[in-house]
Design a protein around this ligand. Structure first.
Ligand SMILES: *Cc1c(COP(=O)(O)O)cnc(C)c1O
Length: 388
């Protein structure tokens, strides 16, 4: 491969580009994870990550991808044969469903069209029919990365409360944390699952479970087998800043710095920045005459925008042209959306000009790949960014 000048545009919705400051923070000698120096790092990140989840409850950190934290949330709270209610928001919800099924959990999957978030009314309706409380948990993906649609977590919590049903509420915000507004405590979530490589701007490799008192109480009775994922041994070690097995030390150096960066910018400013970039992106898509996959404006993702191509157009061919000609990676259509859509990530460490470069790459790609569209998407985004 010959040298490619300039920076590769990694505009997939995770992993997101890792800022230099984090690369430098992670480029340190590995230390003894049982030594005194480590305890300080451990205590720092365990306290800091709670502020990012907006919780006073413990947050468990695993050396694993997000999928591991999905599994951890289930094996720590459920027993074989337990019934859980999941919502078909897209490919990630489908994968979590498959994982739960393999663990021996009975999953009821509320159907969805992949263009709307989970429906609070449908969830409440199903729970109120469960008069004997067989359903142990409701699981929802907050930011469905395969579709660019968010689910209204606070509304779903209210709907669950309205039924008086005692099910746990578990949420995947693997791609939402630190990009889309998220309040673990205020929204009454029992287990929140997240990962390092999306809004936290880190490389892949660590993932999280934020807990609640209710989830902790349930974990005492849960009978699914667990060892590596066991919250109890994690929390015992974490009390003094340590871990029961070797943690991903250098990613924790990065996490400490990522938390500092997020707090320097301010979470609310970060959420507003993502909303603004998402709006600019949608204006570009609209100007091209293409369709945003998400159908409910209240559920537009601030993290990514999924663009539906006209019938007969191959989104993978378009992405290939964009990668080869302009050195930019865009997200592929996943599951049943394969070839039908492409996904523009606008999360993490990006600014107005990164976004405009991204949109310019897409617009040039549409021309080069011969996808019918109207020109002027980048212009529309520029106009919006200049005015707002
Ligand atoms: C990325 C992602 C996952 C999977 O995480 P891995 O780190 O790839 O295991 C799960 N759910 C959502 C919503 C995601 O965006």
């Amino acid at each position: 491969m010959s040298y490619k000048s300039g920076r590769h545009f990694l505009q997939i919705p995770g992993p997101s580009p890792v800022p230099e400051r984090l690369v430098r923070a992670m480029s340190q000698a590995v230390i003894d994870h049982r030594g005194p120096e480590f305890g300080e790092l451990g205590r720092d990140v365990l306290a800091g990550i709670k502020r990012i989840f907006q919780t006073d409850s413990p947050v468990v950190i695993y050396p694993a991808s997000g999928t591991g934290a999905w599994e951890a949330a289930l094996v720590n709270t459920l027993s074989p044969g337990d019934r859980v209610l999941m919502c078909e928001t897209g490919q990630f919800a489908t994968l979590w469903h498959e994982l739960a099924t393999r663990l021996g959990v009975e999953v009821e999957f509320l159907p969805g069209d992949w263009r709307h978030g989970a429906d609070p009314v449908a969830i409440a309706e199903r729970l109120s029919r469960d008069t004997e409380h067989h359903i142990q948990a409701v699981c929802v993906v907050h930011n469905e990365t395969s579709t660019g649609v968010t689910s209204r977590i606070a509304d779903i919590r209210q709907a669950i409360n309205g039924t008086g049903h005692p099910a746990l509420f578990m949420v995947d915000t693997i791609s939402g944390l630190a990009s889309a507004e998220y309040k673990h405590d205020e929204w009454g979530v029992d287990v929140t699952v997240s990962g390092s490589q999306k809004g936290l701007m880190l490389p892949p490799g660590i993932s999280f479970n934020a807990l609640s008192d209710k989830a902790l109480a349930r974990s005492k009775q849960s009978a699914l087998p667990k060892s590596y994922w066991d919250w109890a041994s994690m929390l015992a070690g974490n009390a003094t800043g340590y871990f029961p097995y070797t943690p991903a030390t250098n990613l924790l150096y990065g996490l400490k710095e990522a938390i500092a960066m997020l707090e320097e910018e301010g979470l609310d400013n970060i959420f507003a920045r993502h909303q603004r970039h998402a709006e600019a992106t949608r204006r570009a898509v609209q100007a091209w005459g293409l369709e945003v996959l998400c159908l409910n404006p209240e559920e537009y993702s601030p993290v990514l925008t999924t663009v539906l191509l006209p019938e007969g157009q191959d989104a993978d061919a378009l992405r290939k042209v964009i990668l080869e000609r302009f050195d930019m990676s865009l997200g592929a259509g996943l599951g049943k959306l394969k070839g039908r859509v492409f996904r523009i990530g606008h999360l993490g460490d990006i600014n107005d000009l990164t976004l405009l470069g991204t949109l310019a790459g897409v617009e040039m790609g549409l021309v080069a790949a011969g996808v019918p569209h109207s020109p002027g998407g980048v212009q529309a985004a520029m106009r919006f960014l200049a005015d707002h």
